[in-house]
Design a protein around this ligand. Structure first.
Ligand code: G6P
Ligand code: ZN
Length: 542
């Protein structure tokens, strides 16, 4: 094969964040940008003779990026690339393929829930053979390599088009284009009671799945409509579009407000759900009710045994630190381990590999299990459908029963987006500096009993992550957490996470924003969010 070696120079800022490298599309598509980063990955992972999975969420720049990566893979000695047809693979499906075909890892092209298009975002993430995102030791090495890179290699031959299933050659490298949906759908059939769900649907249960013009459309049509019999049209916005129909493919009450509208209609469907750009996030709704991701995790953990794949019980539950403690209460009752990790799915990897967690979840609309090493939007949807079918209850009844048993952990996240980066860092720095002075003081009538910066030591491999978010605990059990988003591409996003637990015999039917008003006020008095940012309301409330 003819290989061209291009001279290049390091490009600043190629540092992966919470989940891979994400940048504005115009940054990613500038000369040598993608190439430098991909070569840095290859320089770190020793690709000769190896096999990788490749696919993305279909956003703008997906196709040229696939071709570039294929040509560079061939030039770097890769033996085989397994590519989703038309370059499509949802993130959980990619994770599954990496595991199922025992490959040496995979390249996932996505900026997840961030908008796509020439003015949107693009991203690239490398996953390791377990199917999970590369751990920080690997991403740090990749970043270090981007700072010293001098050349990249690419094949002189063009990459094959990947629109048709089949086997192709690029020099000595094999390119196998596969159906992006089939393996994943088969896996789901092994985990959930498809007969039970089919029967539920056959007896008139209605659902609406909003794919938000993103990658889960084809997966949801195959699984929900074809295999489970939901009537055609139950999946809406099911055609992946390069700019997600001009929308923001993030399944939360703000960006999926169309779905919320349908679900709040008294004549609306029984069940509603949505997923994000690359299919790893989920939003769960019943008629008249939105289930917060933290509650969804707790309900899934408490009921997982109803699904055939988890009939033997679960080994442990892991949640990210800002996620509510609702799941911990379930773990206590089940007598299984409860883990609290930093934000970012990659921190669950070691726990899943070691069999110390079966179910994982994050407040950022991610839930999943040990079936893959990414969070999984459609998995969460199917788990809920399985639970609804097995319990023969509505979403509202399931939540009421759950809260009556465990109490209700009121929860909400307030986001302040595109804040000036200096203002946001100063806010966090000043808050950190003040932590020691806070205990014993009262704000908005709430006394701080503990204020700390979250440091984590992985119980499996001992790796450490420091300064992962500020935790403020108040007398009476309320908690506020502040951290800066690690996934944004413009300015800084300040996230304020609020929770307050109400015992089973307490008032379980409050408006969450009301139930959390005081702790929100206290956190603002402490951190000075409004005063410093000049915003008097958050941009997004989940
Ligand atoms: C991505 C990761 C999640 C993480 C989330 C947090 O979606 O895959 O694991 O929870 O980002 O994003 P943030 O913007 O809060 O850093
Ligand atoms: Zn995502």
């Amino acid at each position: 094969m003819q290989i061209t070696t291009h001279a290049t120079q390091p490009i600043d800022g190629q540092k992966p964040g919470t989940s891979g490298l994400r940048k504005k599309t115009e940054v990613f598509s500038q000369a040598d940008y993608l190439q430098n980063y991909v070569q840095a990955i290859f320089d770190v992972i020793e690709p000769e003779g190896r096999t990788y999975v490749l696919g993305g969420d279909g956003r703008y720049f997906n196709d040229p990026a696939i071709a570039t990566i294929l040509r560079m893979a061939a030039a770097n000695g890769v033996r085989k690339m397994i590519v989703g047809q038309s370059g499509l693979l949802s993130t959980p499906a990619a994770s599954h393929l990496i595991r199922k075909y025992e490959t040496d890892g995979g390249f996932i092209l996505s900026a997840s829930h961030n908008p796509g298009g020439p003015n949107g975002d693009f991203g690239l993430k490398f996953n390791i053979p377990s199917g999970g995102p590369a751990p920080e030791a690997v991403t740090n090495a990749i970043h270090a390599r981007t700072l010293e890179i001098t050349e990249y290699r690419t094949s002189r031959d063009e990459a094959p088009t990947v629109d048709q299933i089949g086997r192709y050659a690029l020099g000595d490298m094999e390119v196998e284009v596969i159906d992006p949906v089939a393996d994943y759908a088969d896996l789901m059939e092994t985990l959930f009671d498809f007969d039970g769900i089919r029967e539920l649907i056959a007896t008139g249960f209605t659902l609406r799945f909003d794919a938000m013009h993103a990658v889960t459309g084809p997966y949801a049509v195959e699984i929900l409509e074809r295999r489970l019999g939901a009537k055609s049209g139950s999946v809406v916005n099911g055609r992946p579009s390069p700019d997600f129909g001009g929308g923001h493919p993030d399944p939360n009450p703000v960006w999926a407000r169309d779905l919320v509208g349908h679900m709040m209609d008294p004549d609306g469907p029984d069940f509603g759900a949505a997923s994000d750009g690359d299919g790893d996030r989920n939003m769960i709704m019943g008629r008249g009710i939105y289930v917060t991701p933290s509650d969804s995790l707790a309900v899934i953990a408490a009921n997982a045994h109803l699904a055939p794949g988890y009939a033997g019980g679960i080994k442990g539950i892991a949640r990210s630190m800002p996620t509510s403690a609702a799941a911990d209460r379930v773990a206590r009752k089940l007598g299984v381990e409860a883990h609290e990790t930093p934000t970012g799915w990659k921190f669950f990897g070691t726990l899943l590999d070691a069999g110390r967690a079966t179910i994982c979840g994050e407040e950022s609309a991610g839930t999943g299990s040990n079936h893959v090493r990414e969070k999984d939007g459609l998995w969460a949807v199917l788990m809920w459908l399985n639970i609804i079918a097995a319990r023969n209850q509505t979403v509202q009844q399931i939540m009421d029963d759950h809260w009556a048993e465990y109490g209700r952990t009121y929860y909400s996240r307030h986001d302040y987006e595109e804040v000036d980066s200096d203002v946001a860092s100063a806010l966090m720095d000043d808050l950190r500096a003040a932590l020691e002075t806070l205990p014993g003081k009262s704000f908005a009538g709430l006394t701080v009993i503990e204020a700390e910066d979250f440091d984590y030591t992985d119980p499996v491999d001992g790796s450490q992550a420091k300064a992962q978010g500020i935790i403020l605990r108040f007398e009476g059990g309320a908690r506020a957490v502040l951290r800066l988003s690690g996934t944004g591409t413009a300015g800084a996003t300040i996230r304020l996470y609020l929770e307050n637990h109400e015992a089973p015999d307490g008032n379980l039917a409050q408006d969450p924003q009301k139930a959390l008003e005081r702790v929100a006020q206290a956190a603002d008095e402490i951190a000075g969010i409004e005063a410093r940012t000049g915003r008097d309301v958050p941009d997004v409330v989940t």
